[in-house]
Design a protein around this ligand. Structure first.
Ligand code: B12
Length: 152
């Protein structure tokens, strides 16, 4: 006959092990590294295109991807201004936004590689800025320097 004390001891041990497994699993998921494809396009029609892959932990912000990208390749150098919404990107690769001509940097969150023959539309614009985008496996991020028309 097993004593009730022993049973509760076993149960306590089992629940501790289960908790430990759950914690370890979630930590492993968090520390998982993903390769994030980040593309630059300039003008419409696009006359400059470049893609880089940046290795970052899952769920990192896209702003952190940008910081990492500019360390890997100086073409990805950018300037940003802080607002309540996070960081606003006003220049990448030497292309400064132009208020007069209404040309800005637009961020697209895509489920496949951007294709110049079938460019993304307004529905594929990210609803949030770079500080709020959490990068996910399988997503492609495009920053397109283009006119405001059909975007906002
Ligand atoms: C005008 C405007 C723009 C202009 C900004 C022109 C400029 N900077 O000179 C344009 C059309 C270029 C633009 C772009 C974007 N915008 Co905008 N924009 C607005 C809008 C309609 C009004 C802002 C404003 O003038 N406020 C009044 C002034 C006095 O206050 P302000 O603080 O000085 O305003 C500045 C900031 O808001 C900044 N700004 C504008 N948009 C964004 C977006 C982000 C993420 C940040 C950090 C700053 C920022 O530019 C404004 C003018 O200098 C708001 C909607 C709203 N109701 O606020 C959306 C809004 C702020 N934009 C939004 C978004 C998502 C974007 C984009 C990220 C869209 C995209 N997918 O590319 C891009 C920014 C990309 C980048 N380069 O970082 C969202 C932000 C939501 C969020 N949680 O992040 C808003 C709230 C619209 C919405 N979806 O409801 N935007």
């Amino acid at each position: 006959m097993i004593s009730p004390l022993k049973i509760s001891g076993y149960l306590l041990f089992l629940s501790t092990v289960t908790c430990l497994v759950v914690v370890l699993k979630s930590e492993a998921k968090q520390s998982k590294t993903i390769n994030v494809p980040y593309t630059l396009w300039v003008y419409t029609p696009v006359n400059y295109s470049k893609t880089i892959k940046v290795a970052v932990p899952f769920n990192t912000t896209f702003y952190d991807v940008m910081l990492q990208a500019q360390l890997q390749d100086p073409v990805y150098n950018f300037t940003a201004t802080p607002y309540d919404w996070g960081m606003y990107i006003d220049q990448i690769a030497g292309y400064q936004q132009n208020n007069e001509k209404e040309i800005y940097w637009w961020i697209y969150d895509l489920d496949c590689k951007p294709d110049m023959k079938n460019p993304p539309d307004v529905n594929q614009l990210s609803p949030v800025g770079v500080s709020e985008i959490r990068v996910k496996k399988g997503r492609h991020y495009l920053f397109w320097y283009r006119h405001i028309e059909n975007t906002h």
